[in-house]
Design a protein. Sequence first.
Length: 702
Amino acid sequence: MKKPVEKLLKEEAKEELAVLSKEISEHDVRYYQKNAPSISDAEYDLLRKRNDEIEGRFPEHVRKNSPSRQVGAAPSAGFTKVRHSVPMLSLGNAFDETDVKDFFERIKRFLNLDQNEQIEVVAEPKIDGLSIALRYEKGKFVTGATRGDGIEGENVTANLGTMREIPPEIKGSAPTVLEIRGEVYLSRGAFENINKMRKIHGEPEFANPRNAAAGSLRQLDSTITAKRPLQLFTYAWGEVSEDFGLTHSDRLLQMKKWGFPVNPLSGTCNNSVEAITYHQKILNNRHNLDYDIDGIVYKVNRLDWQQRLGFVSRAPRWAIAHKFPAEKATTVLNKITIQVGRTGALTPVANLTPVTVGGVVVSRATLHNADEIKRKDIREGDTVIIQRAGDVIPQVIEVLTEKRVPTAKIFLFPKNCPECNSQVVRAENEAVHRCTGGLLCPAQKLERLKHFVSRNAFDIEGLGGKHLEGFLNHNIIKNPADIFNIRTYTKFLRSREGWGDKSVDNLLASIEERRKISLERFIFALGIRQVGQANSKQLAFHYHSADIWLQTMQKAARERGSNRGEQKSTEFVGEAFDTLCNIEGVGISIADDIVLFFSEQENVRFIKDLLDSIMVEDAAPKVEGSSTLSEKVIVFTGSLKKMSRAEAKAVAETLGAKVTGSVSQNTDYVVVGTDAGSKAKKAIELGITVLSEQEWLVLSKE
């Protein structure tokens, strides 16, 4: 069981934020890019909530690649990319009435409003679909894109053009440039019909309407998309060349007049009480709707207030999603099995008597780890309550001990890996058991290969899991480097059932196309524990070339040496390791996992073999922002008159500055309001530039 946030030590918080960053990033890729999430929405929301709570208590440890600063996942291959002129951001979450009330109070504090001031919001159902942006120029539809990672999405213009609800031309006058945003979805009835047809034709069924909608919109053949009855609700805008309306509700009304579908259930609420009442009303009526929703979104109605409130990290301050509670069902847990992942993590899985939860039949649930099984006293044969929130694999939340049968068996976590029989270990202060077999473990080997060829790594088309498993079984591939020597087995491949000349030629061509790769993708492809895309990018920027990266990591591994046995040691033991620990977003925990990887000679050998077969492009130098305040450290103290300190901080961070709460030699400016106190005095003593509020306002506009 995880330690409460309020009891975490600084180093523990820093380490957990690194783990959460990697875990959430992986789930983002599965959800936004692969349309194959592996945890429930509720579990995902709890991961983000814990990340936000830790960052709130330890702001000095907020990482540049923090999930709180990221949206979605990078666009997948197969479509050209579209860069959003205005980023498509995500939303913060509210899970209960207290969170909603806090949202309204935060707005009042940020805007320096009187406590009696009413804050009107637009409330609307949160559709469980795929976010898209529709760009119109001179009234004509020119580009349609998915959200992707919020900065770049996939160009799905042709597919969106098949939807009847998207007007090819706007009726009446409209801004010269107008980007409308919304959610593409499938009704429950359409989803059921599609799955019936797929079953008749022997095709795999879609897990849920959201996956079906995403899969339909991402067809490379737009004629297939045209056959799917996709629908749309629009609710926002991106780039607009001219204003239209003074409030959010005004703009929704105008969008409806232009011919865009707006959810008829949208309405306005004057305060938190009315918002909560609206939420309960829609929740009670949820199952009567013909489309999936997972909560209610509240948006401040006044656009001038939206502009002042601005954004924090990945989300607007003026909007929040009030999530619905997870749906539950009762069933029997028949057996607990173990899955072995790429990093050797052993994950227990509950195999259930199939049960329908929220309209989806589920037969498996994650049990997380041994501590979770022990804490909940989960046994094989138990009757359990499971919960699901818009996903396929739910979680077991409670055992009905009063229904326990005499034959219910206590589960003993294996001491040896079920895949390779290697010893299973559990590191101090970690909840996860891991197989020590490394590349000797077939499960780890297969999962590492899958990761190596995945979209964000080498992105090799035609090498799916079944093909990789077959190559492993026939000893064609023993490690990832062998992929680039498959050509020597061409004759054998052509003789195999299911491998025609064309499919073999296509595979060989795909491999050849990937002999050139960027350093950051190369590092990510290695599958080092805790090293995700963001960490890989930071490491690439720092070490510049693959040769320097390899040599320095080997040196860091030698420096760490026997000291690695001390779990989470804070003692640096050499220049290379010291430097690695101090790279933005790395730290001791991730550095230990990197040097552990490079201490295994088999890993070093396969990297050297790989470098003999491919070309890794050097990383470009990091480009800093052009603002005069970029990278400056600023402290605000005292009461400001023109804006709240929170708003001033937001402005500074928008300009690239780093705002801290204490004055030190590293501080560049101290902005003082009334009743500034000791911080202003310390700034003068240290010779740091002190600015009045007016001087700060002038500097921030330069």
